[in-house]
Design a protein around this ligand. Structure first.
Ligand code: PLP
Length: 395
């Protein structure tokens, strides 16, 4: 265990007192040689786990050629990754950046310019309670968590907040308002506690956006890239968004963000409207191209769906009837177990037991492992977690 606080890095993270040194598959080791099962995957990032035998040589090859150039020049893998994302999403054009908040920031700019192009001077965007979209000033303003916003006012204006899965509330909150330009949500809220939007609700919002000429913008930063067993979680509802921010799992650990847009939003940005130095650089693009190639070759969507269903069923068997367990939610390898009391202490206890996980929204144990997880490894997660949860609930 690492006891001392870090004297030179800013005090932004409540850290668990271990430092990791290397990994293999879904296992990681700390600097003292202790092994952990990784059910967190760097918060839904390490799609292919650690030291993947196909990804690592590809990245080594890329590093030896070019890491970064500039968007002054063409980057051939930008076009390749964009074409792949277009194929997988059914949308048309992609902008690349490096992180989730940047992807969302770009989406918010798209929505505002969509409004301005239609003559709406003060565009407003519908956002949701319990949402999380990032920690820049605009994305924290869109986020539905007062703790994330505290201390950073004044917030960016132009957001209308509604509850999830309630079409009547959405209609009432936007009734007669000509300034609304977009609806923006996560298909499954991640930081907010693994809260899925219902398929029927997604279809209702899609229809409303079509009727009112609003952009449907779906933040798939955490739930996208195969995590639920489809490329993008909204695809379970058979709908398409107009704008879809991505990041996290897209580069399997190399920072890559993207905004994928459909016909209604693809031509809003013109030269000079948006850009970023690192976005779409050769290393990140190679990581994205190879991550998707390996996911397809190794059937990881099917794996996420199958192993996720196995894991959820095991959680239901183990915890479903335990007093103190409120709900087991999520899809594929994005699962949450909600308890009836704050359970942040379980993060450290799990580490002590050799398991990496997180607790989000105070009371929800979040399991977002690499998509290469096997059913045997899923059973191991359950075996490590079950005694911890039972003991905690008995306290
Ligand atoms: C749904 C969602 N959107 C955006 C973000 C922000 O991404 P980043 O931390 O890469 O800025 C996150 C991060 O947790 C997220 O879960």
């Amino acid at each position: 265990m690492i006891e001392a606080a870090s004297p030179h890095t800013m005090n932004t993270y409540g850290r668990v007192p271990i430092a990791l040194s290397h990994g293999q598959g879904v296992r990681v080791w700390d600097v003292n040689g202790r092994q952990y099962l990784d059910a967190l995957a760097g918060i839904a990032v390490n799609t292919l786990g650690h030291n993947h035998p196909k990804l690592v040589p590809a990245l080594q090859d890329q590093i030896s050629k070019l890491i970064h150039t500039s968007n002054y020049y063409h980057v051939p893998n930008q076009e390749k990754l964009a074409a792949k994302l277009v194929e997988l999403s059914g949308l048309t054009n992609v902008f690349f950046c490096s992180t989730g908040l940047e992807a969302n920031e770009a989406a918010l700019k798209l929505a505002r310019k969509f409004g301005h192009d239609k003559g709406i001077e003060r565009p407003e965007i519908v956002v949701y309670e319990k949402s999380f979209h990032g920690r820049s000033i605009a994305t924290l303003s869109a986020t539905g968590n007062p703790k994330v916003q505290a201390g950073f006012g004044p917030l960016v204006e132009g957001f209308i907040r509604v509850p999830v899965n309630d079409i009547e509330s959405l209609k009432a909150a936007t009734e007669g308002n000509p300034n609304v330009v977009a609806v923006f949500f996560e298909t499954i809220q991640g930081e907010g506690g693994v809260n899925p939007m219902r398929a029927e609700y997604l279809r209702q919002v899609r229809a409303l956006c079509d009727e009112r000429d609003w952009l449907l913008m779906i933040d798939e930063v955490q739930c996208g890239m195969g995590r639920t067993g489809k490329w993008f979680a909204h695809q379970w509802a058979g709908i398409k968004p107009d704008v879809m921010p991505l990041a996290k799992g897209l580069g399997s650990g190399v920072p890559v963000g993207a905004v994928v847009a459909g016909p209604k939003a693809a031509n809003i940005f013109q030269p000079g409207n948006h850009g970023t130095t690192f976005g779409g650089n050769p290393l990140s693009m190679r990581a994205g191209v190879e991550t998707i190639r390996i996911m397809e070759e190794d059937g990881l969507l099917e794996n996420a769906a199958r192993v996720g269903a196995h894991l959820k069923a095991a959680f239901e068997r183990e915890f479903g009837s335990l007093p103190g367990v409120k709900e087991i939610r999520g899809q594929g390898l994005m699962l949450g177990i909600e308890l009836d009391k704050p359970c942040g202490v379980l993060v450290t206890r799990a580490v002590e037991a050799g398991l990496l996980l997180s607790v989000t929204a105070d009371t929800v144990i979040r399991i977002v492992p690499p998509l290469i997880l096997t059913t045997a490894e899923a059973d191991e997660i359950v075996g490590l977690l079950a005694p911890l949860v039972r003991a905690f609930l008995a306290e």
